[in-house]
Design a protein around this ligand. Sequence first.
Ligand code: AMP
Ligand code: ZN
Ligand code: FE
Ligand code: FE
Length: 281
Amino acid sequence: MIDLHTHTTCSDGTDSPAQLVNKAISEGFSLIAITDHDTTSGWEPAKKVLRANLSLALGAEISCLTTQGLSVHMLGLLFDGSHMDMQEMLENTRDGRIPRARKIIELLNAGGFKISMEDVESVKPEGATLGRPHIADALVKNGVIASRDEAFAELLHNNSPYYVSHLAPTPEDAISMIRKAGGVAVIAHPFASLRGSVLSVEDFLPLKKAGLNGIEVNHRDHNNDERNSLANIAAELDLVITGASDYHGTGKLNSLGENLTNQAQWERLESEADQRRVIRA
Ligand code: AMP
Ligand code: ZN
Ligand code: FE
Ligand code: FE
């Protein structure tokens, strides 16, 4: 079983990297990718507890903004974690998330919802990439709303009057950085229309030209029609097809392994990295 998209307490998941590795081992996974938002800080703690037959594909889910202002998530897997330009790109995005959260909080306050940056800091694990789920957790703690899910449905979704974007690379820039750092780029949940506006079919060719390796087709936020059109785009552009859970612990309903990547697709994806970087015990 191969699951190529998961989050830990290094971003907005609720399992620590060690807890996630332990869970994957006890549930019999052969490989998982750790893809926290805009950070590689979960790599070392995950490696430390790795044992048995589990392998790790270390990566990150890179927040991107198109020139038209569409939010796109790019999974970078198997890149060199010590690549300076890559780390600088991730750090710039993490830094941009702080003023963005302040703006969201100001808008929420103006709308009559009680929350402060201190509330958000108090629910966020130390060092974690700051994201809207932490704002959601602070709203829950303040009794403003019942759950993360409700907070997103009512206040924090991409079309909300309280939504603010943050500084982020374009998808093309993220792809070229991932490839320069030796890794492979898989576009995450590209047709997840529940979250807001999404890319169109013609947007994939420029991404392929920038070096895109694969498309995350099988994801809970895609219906069957969306999966079929993405599979057709992948076939047309000769891209790898992946499936993944986007597991966030108890932070989201997604259960580990609810969507999987098949072995042949994984082997092709792995062969497109500049060297073997899968971690084994
Ligand atoms: P941000 O990175 O700050 O823009 O926040 C986006 C993150 O919020 C993504 O990782 C999503 O997984 C998460 N998210 C989106 N919708 C929900 C939801 N309904 N419940 C929990 N988390 C969500
Ligand atoms: Zn997330
Ligand atoms: Fe995502
Ligand atoms: Fe994700």
